[in-house]
Write a protein that binds this ligand. Structure first.
Ligand SMILES: *[C@@H]1O[C@H](CO)[C@@H](O)[C@H](O)[C@H]1NC(C)=O
Ligand SMILES: *[C@@H]1O[C@H](CO)[C@@H](O)[C@H](O)[C@H]1NC(C)=O
Ligand SMILES: *[C@@H]1O[C@H](CO)[C@@H](O)[C@H](O)[C@H]1NC(C)=O
Ligand SMILES: *[C@@H]1O[C@H](CO)[C@@H](O)[C@H](O)[C@H]1NC(C)=O
Ligand SMILES: *[C@@H]1O[C@H](CO)[C@@H](O)[C@H](O)[C@H]1NC(C)=O
Ligand SMILES: *[C@@H]1O[C@H](CO)[C@@H](O)[C@H](O)[C@H]1NC(C)=O
Ligand SMILES: *[C@@H]1O[C@H](CO)[C@@H](O)[C@H](O)[C@H]1NC(C)=O
Ligand SMILES: *[C@@H]1O[C@H](CO)[C@@H](O)[C@H](O)[C@H]1NC(C)=O
Ligand SMILES: CC(=O)N[C@H]1CO[C@H](CO)[C@@H](O)[C@@H]1O
Length: 888
């Protein structure tokens, strides 16, 4: 009893007698006749309907033939709009923020499609499920779904979702403002369960203009124990909260035939437990004699619902309503029972029952919605761009990625409009997507300049503008960001775009290009060549007065990466003939190295230096594997992966791969070369570059790619010490189908770098690469070989571990950099390296995590030196995993 009482609460509004005349205006009404092409006034109701063409962009307008309309059918139901295409189609309606609306969607099938089967489909209110529309057994049933909802934004979207059970359609959509004093709930919106005009003849449907809010009052199904009573005088319905049930509705009521029996009704809580609000309307219709009285009590599930006797005023509306939601189990059974001393039985004039609807999903941040709609406008994007861009997640717009969290509105974090035939300039409206991290506009026909605002978007870390017709100078600020490592920028395939900055052009002219290169597996660096670079560079360095360092006078972190979009390097899609190869290598005139697969030659293609790997016919790599590798390499692009420029495939002896030329050779050689010293911050930058390349293989490619042979010799450095992973063509694309989390393959890899777990289990996962990468980090710190045959602690992990345990960080730092590094950042790097090489793969971090950690580590180091890279947030691996070269 006590428990029940806590849930139940009601009060009676007894009302002052006021005789105000309410003009029946349609102020604030939005009356949309779906599928109609004109505006008109409906003759029976006087409501002004408009066509739906300004509210929806899709669907087919259909008018029912006259033979399918009953004589009393209101005109707004004569036509409909059906949505055979697309999963979700939406109406967008402007609302007044903060206004309470009654929103009604009406459906009349009437066999419009001659299928003779009613469809079933879902209705959504914005991002939230509203109801499944079902028609029951008759094709002529009119279904009305209603909610009462306070506008929390200045627009509402009503979406029809095809759930696989037929084509959704809509006949009419009506929105009516309500006073905010009516239908007040503690939380949530309401959906109408019943709105019954008790005692009315079974063919009476009352709505506007009788009901000034245009509620539709229906007759109840016949109740055999009840008997109708009516009044011919008007009922004053001017109650103070403003419910204002129509006089016509209130002037009919029912009472019970057997006065001493309860007046009972109930409903079952289906799909419960739900919460309900109940509104009962009473008006005495009978002028009572002096010795007559009508007093009764209201019970719910046999508990008293309203404490007091109900005493109903004559010809005046009385409303008994819930002020808190009803929450019971299974059945809501109301009984109106005549009180002791009463001479007349209970009466009921009308009742409304509403179910509480929770619309929990937040809609996308309004600024993002406005921004993306402008972009949609600017480019005429169609796709499935309807309804809320991000919510619900399962209907998020194609090509858009969003961030979701429980307490904040979704934000747009990614925009992929690649290959959408976009024309015109890059829309300035993109700048209103404040949380954008990923922008892909590749392979369109965009022209004009690359706008500056792209560099000012703080979170934007990936921009792909390749394959367009952009022109002019790429803003220096963008190039700068890219060089700092906070932006991945692709611009190739824009023949008129100049991606070099003025400072860079100057620099290019006076640098004598050093000539070390290594491409692919176990390449041999030619010591002689290295020696000669050493001298060249040494001279330059001493001119710059920076002592024995071999580096450029300015740090490579600040230097610019060569990128000349006029050169074929940027359009890596071509097959080359053998004679091209001969020409570009000057008949294989300069051997750069030799590896397991064959010899690598220096070449020049256009104005670009390249490395040409000719596959030895004896190589294990068969034709199909070669083809597979080429396919993969041509698809995978990232600034930290060595790019394939082209390939030649003219029979067994004439198979070759053309790569971009990496002037500084491979990291392993540079580290072990006693004469070249990489500073600590350069090492961290190289670590970060390689981590980003690997992260891309794992998370940016679909299916993910496992490198399988991460080692310092497979990390190549260009002229500016920018690191790129090589030889990922060897790697296995990692199938995701069937939820596989590992693939079983023949063990490949290099001793010392090989994940012990993989070695023993043959289970290949991304974590095997993480292990190998951890070894590379330890190499960067220590400058030691991975395996030292003579030493007791022969493996680098054992060696680091045992030295670290003595707490002496200096004992493990490469002696060459000992004096020029921040021990905090070294400690952090050691942590990263050791966690990557955790014995159990589960304990190893993901590469996305490693990237974030390395960025922090580099920042620590740079802060020490008084500058900082952009701490742009990394795109989460979640986000990435859906993207990838295959998606573009
Ligand atoms: C509206 O549609 C009807 C047929 O449904 C057509 O006869 C009429 O010309 C259309 N009117 C306009 C203004 O498009
Ligand atoms: C349905 O059939 C009627 C004739 O029976 C025809 O006039 C009408 O065009 C058909 N409608 C559709 C949508 O096929
Ligand atoms: C109704 O709206 C008025 C102003 O529009 C506001 O002052 C009042 O608090 C609102 N009442 C409720 C119950 O929301
Ligand atoms: C409505 O009531 C009339 C008599 O009052 C009856 O003949 C008719 O069948 C009823 N219609 C429905 C749909 O119940
Ligand atoms: C009237 O209702 C009372 C109470 O439910 C019951 O005891 C009585 O038998 C009923 N009378 C008739 C005639 O049904
Ligand atoms: C009430 O009074 C009227 C006369 O005014 C009388 O006919 C009737 O029987 C009385 N009814 C009751 C229940 O006493
Ligand atoms: C509803 O019924 C379930 C079991 O059927 C019970 O666990 C729950 O406590 C009930 N809730 C209320 C409010 O009575
Ligand atoms: C941005 O969007 C608005 C609204 O669609 C449009 O009027 C404007 O031209 C767009 N601005 C640019 C620079 O494209
Ligand atoms: C997580 C997520 O929403 N990923 C989506 C990112 O965008 C691409 C297309 O642009 C979708 O395919 C992904 O599902």
């Amino acid at each position: 009893m006590a428990k029940l009482k806590a849930f139940l609460s009601a009060f009676i509004a007894t009302l002052p007698l006021l005789h105000l005349v309410h003009a029946q205006t349609q102020q604030g009404f939005i009356s949309i006749d779906c599928g109609s092409n004109s505006s008109y006034t409906e003759p029976a109701t006087g409501i002004n309907y408009v066509s739906d063409s300004n509210y929806v962009q899709t669907g087919l307008a259909i008018t029912l033939p006259p033979s399918r309309r009953s004589s009393t059918l209101q005109k707004q139901l004569w036509s409909l709009r059906s949505f055979p295409d697309g999963t979700r189609n939406c109406y967008t309606i402007k609302l007044k923020l903060g206004t309470k609306y009654l929103i009604r969607a009406s459906f009349l099938y009437a066999n419009y499609d001659n299928q003779s089967t009613t469809p079933e489909f879902d209705l959504y209110f914005g991002p939230d499920f509203w109801v499944t529309v079902k028609f029951g057994d008759s094709i002529n049933n009119i279904i009305e779904e209603e909610i009462i909802h306070i506008a929390i934004s200045n627009q509402a979207q009503v979406c029809l979702v095809n759930n696989g059970n037929g084509v959704p359609f809509l006949s009419a959509l009506e929105l009516r403002p309500l006073p905010n004093t009516t239908y007040v709930t503690i939380s949530g919106s309401l959906s109408t369960l019943f709105r019954l005009d008790i005692g009315a003849p079974n063919d009476t449907f009352i709505r506007f203009p009788d009901d000034i809010y245009d509620r539709v009052w229906s007759p109840p199904t016949p109740l055999v124990k009840w008997t109708p009573i009516t009044a011919s005088l008007p009922i004053n319905n001017n109650d103070s909260p403003g419910f204002m049930a129509p006089s016509k509705v209130l002037s009919t009521a029912s009472t019970v035939i057997n006065a001493s029996a309860p007046m009972e009704f109930y409903w079952d809580d289906v799909n419960g437990p739900n919460q309900y609000y109940v509104y009962m309307y009473f008006a005495e219709l009978q002028e009572l004699k002096a010795n007559q009285s009508r007093l009764f009590k209201i019970y719910l599930n046999d508990q008293l619902w309203v404490a007091d006797n109900i005493l109903v005023s004559y010809l005046t509306e009385n409303v008994v309503r819930s002020i808190a939601p009803l929450t019971l189990n299974d059945t809501y059974d109301f009984k109106l029972i005549m009180s002791e001393g009463s001479t007349l039985p209970p009466i009921l004039n009308a009742i409304e029952i509403y179910k509480v609807m929770n619309f929990p999903q937040l809609t996308t941040e309004q600024d993002d919605v406005d921004g993306i709609k402008s972009i949609k406008n600017d480019y005429g994007v169609t796709k499935n761009w309807q309804g809320d861009p991000c919510a619900p997640k399962m209907f998020a717009w194609q090509g858009i990625n969003c961030s979701y969290d429980a307490s904040n509105p979704p934000r747009i974090t990614g925009l992929d409009l690649s290959s959408n035939g976009l024309t015109g300039e890059i829309s300035a409206n993109i700048s209103s997507l404040a949380k954008l991290a990923f922008l892909d506009l590749s392979n369109n026909n965009l022209s004009g300049a690359v706008p500056d605002f792209l560099a000012e978007m703080p979170l934007l870390t990936v921009i792909d503008l390749s394959g367009n017709n952009l022109s002019g100078q790429v803003p220096a600020s963008l190039i700068d960001k890219r060089n700092k490592g906070s932006l991945s920028l692709s611009m190739e395939g824009n023949p008129y775009l100049d991606g070099t900055s003025p400072s860079e052009k100057k620099k290019k002219n006076n640098i004598v290009v050093p000539i070390v290169a290594a491409v692919g597996g176990a390449l041999i660096i030619l010591a002689l060549i290295l020696a000669s670079i050493y001298f060249i560079r040494r001279k330059r360095s001493s001119k710059g007065g920076t002592g024995p360092s071999l580096m450029e006078p300015h740090s490579p972190i600040n230097s610019e990466v060569q990128l000349n979009p006029h050169e074929p390097l940027q359009t890596p899609s071509r097959q080359l003939s053998y004679s091209d190869i001969l020409k570009m290598t000057n008949n294989f005139g300069r051997l750069l190295g030799e590896g397991g697969f064959g010899k690598v030659y220096y070449g020049v293609m256009g104005n670009t230096e390249v490395a040409v790997k000719m596959l030895s016919p004896k190589s294990a790599q068969g034709y199909r594997e070669f083809q597979a590798e080429v396919d993969l390499l041509l698809r995978v692009h990232h600034r930290n992966l060595t790019g394939l420029v082209g390939y030649c495939n003219e029979g067994e002896t004439k198979m070759g791969l053309v790569y971009e030329y990496m002037a500084k050779g491979n990291l392993g050689s540079v580290l072990s070369d006693g004469r070249v010293v990489l500073r600590w911050e350069e090492r961290l930058q190289i670590g970060l570059d390689s981590a980003q390349g690997l992260e891309y293989l794992h998370n940016g490619c679909r299916p993910p790619i496992i490198h399988r042979d991460i080692k310092s010799c497979n990390i190549l450095l260009n002229e500016y010490l920018q690191a790129k992973l090589a030889d990922f063509g060897l790697s296995r694309a990692f199938p995701m189908e069937g939820g596989a989390t590992h693939v079983t393959t023949k063990v490949v890899g290099t001793p010392g770098y090989l994940d012990p777990e993989y070695y023993t289990s043959y289970k290949l996962t991304e974590k095997s690469d993480v292990y190998s990468f951890g070894i590379v980090i330890l190499e960067l710190i220590t400058g030691r070989p991975v395996l030292v045959k003579t030493s007791e602690k022969s493996h680098i992990i054992q060696w680091v571990d045992s030295n670290i345990n003595q707490g002496d960080i200096y004992s493990i730092i490469d002696p060459k950099i000992k004096d020029d590094c921040n021990t905090n950042s070294v400690w952090k790097a050691v942590d990263i390296g050791m966690s990557c090489t955790a014995r159990n793969p589960i304990n190893r971090p993901t590469m996305s995590h490693v990237v974030t950690e390395l960025k922090e580590c580099l920042n620590l180091e740079l802060n020490q030196r008084g500058h900082q890279i952009d701490s742009a947030t990394t795109i989460s691996s979640n986000f990435h995993s859906e993207m990838g070269p295959m998606a573009r």
